[in-house]
Write a protein that binds this ligand. Sequence first.
Ligand SMILES: [Zn+2]
Length: 248
Amino acid sequence: MNIMVKKILIGIGIIAVLLAIAVGGFLYKFSAETGKMTPVVTGNVTAEIIAIKNDFANMYLIKDSTNYIAIDAGKDLTVIESELKKLNIDPLKVEAVMLTHSDMDHVAGLPLFKNAKLYMARNEVKMLNGEQQKIPGYNNSISRSDYILLDDLQTLEIGKVKIHCILTEGHTSGSMCFQVNEKYLFTGDILSLHEGKLGHSVEFFDLDHNKTTKSISKITNLPNVEYILTSHWGVSKDYKNAVNGWRE
Ligand SMILES: [Zn+2]
């Protein structure tokens, strides 16, 4: 074999091995971190809030008379579909989906909610158009482009439900918390919960971990909040205790 060809083949071999190590390392870390997560089982959290479990993630439904508002849309479409069936909930009765952010474990069930208006933070568009990327060369993507964009501290009313939007960037460029009917705070992926106390987000999954940590301070002093509902770490029914003693 020509020496030049040999050198090229060795070069390709080295690149392939390095790539395999990088991908293997990523997958190992991914499963180690998601394995620690503590989502709640599918069912009612309160009379008006329903959690849906999908592997290591939760999405939630808020009752609005006979309709529902979804917080996020799950990790696997088929799992969300079957969990809704068990609960006897028609996905066509979901009138709105509020995305805490656009990562793949929060948007997969979107095609089920055909009658829903879709809302997300204005800054989150950067994750979809490639302006911001967690993995170089990889954009977040969602199945729809007819979304309604939300700004920091905007309040909206959908049916009888009041939703206050708080931009908490860091995990993604447009991560947003939703304070619903004053007492429910949906936090997406910006924090964790350990024995009822607030903890940091998982750095491995953050676009900017320091920014995420700074953003947590925006939601630790909210009057009237009672519940914290996270996407991967369960629910706290005692907001005051959860945030008490939080330090960046
Ligand atoms: Zn997530």
